[in-house]
Ligand binder design. Sequence first.
Ligand code: SAM
Ligand code: FES
Length: 343
Amino acid sequence: MKSQSLNSVELTRAGIVDMLSTVPASVVYASADQMRQAAVGSDVHLRGLIEFSNICRNNCLYCGIRRGNHAVERYRMDDDQLVDIARRAVDMGFQTIVLQSGEDLHYDADRMCHIIERIKAMDVALTLSIGEREYADYRDFRNAGADRYLMRIETTDVDLYHRLNPGMSWQHRHECLLMIRELGYELGSGIMVGLPGQTIESIADDLLYLKDIGVDMAGIGPFIPHPATPLAHEQGGTLELALRTMAVMRLLLPDINIPATTAMESLHPKGRIMALQAGANVVMPNVTEGEYRRLYELYPGKICVNDTPLHCRTCIGLKIQSIGRTIGQGWGGHGTHKNNIHQ
Ligand code: SAM
Ligand code: FES
């Protein structure tokens, strides 16, 4: 590394590897924090996350709701229930609703479009995170009003991806992300860190990939082994590596939206606050209600499973204010901050 300040370092693959490994973590975090302040300011945008079905056709080795986990009690919300939860979240002040589920084709294009139209009538931004679909579905969801789509590429190590995601194709997932971008959604993607067999070099490649496809949002979280999956006895990712990776993402793409992920807080009680001070500017409180919160168990120790949406909204609001940050007003899309050079 050849410069006085990390912000002016040319972020080559080798430079990224250094920041993920040898540069002191506090230096990487502070640089990302400065970059976040300069590019998107103090605002933290809140997104209300509804986990509406834990039924999934896939069998990803790391995931607690994989098809092969027969110990999970499965649920799917009906349309009215889902729209009601969204309405309560909007009444609480959320201006973005995120609908997430396993890959559950019960929600076909027609059903999803009706749900999207009903939520969009509440005048909020809508993000979908429901996995891989046909081009026509993505097009119909967009025409129905969906604004954003979130689907992590998980890793760009294609062999690793195929080992972890049996029956799935990395190329297909990549092509889905390109379709989503072409259809004019705000594109969200991201990765897990600490996957078994993943190297620091491959994480550097992941970050360059996310930059290359031009994500508007990047979610980076530690892999946390779930006891009822084939990866139960793996080590999992550390909070430090997840934070470093997220911080370098901020340095590579200064003005995008980056969430402080729930998985980070599941590893450390202050995980999300640490993330907000190392480059993040978004939090996605869970607004799913009742029993469903517990049943959407992607990994053990998931936070807030016994809390109510209102409790979570209040709690995270206080935490954000306690570090001198402000709750973002408006939809908080990529490129809407006043410091943004693209405006
Ligand atoms: N089915 C949709 C999809 O594939 O995009 C959305 C739901 S999926 C469960 C959401 C994300 O959870 C995945 O992209 C993955 O990164 C994360 N996830 C799954 N299992 C995890 C684990 N054991 N530890 C940490 N994150 C996990
Ligand atoms: Fe749920 Fe704090 S965010 S209790």
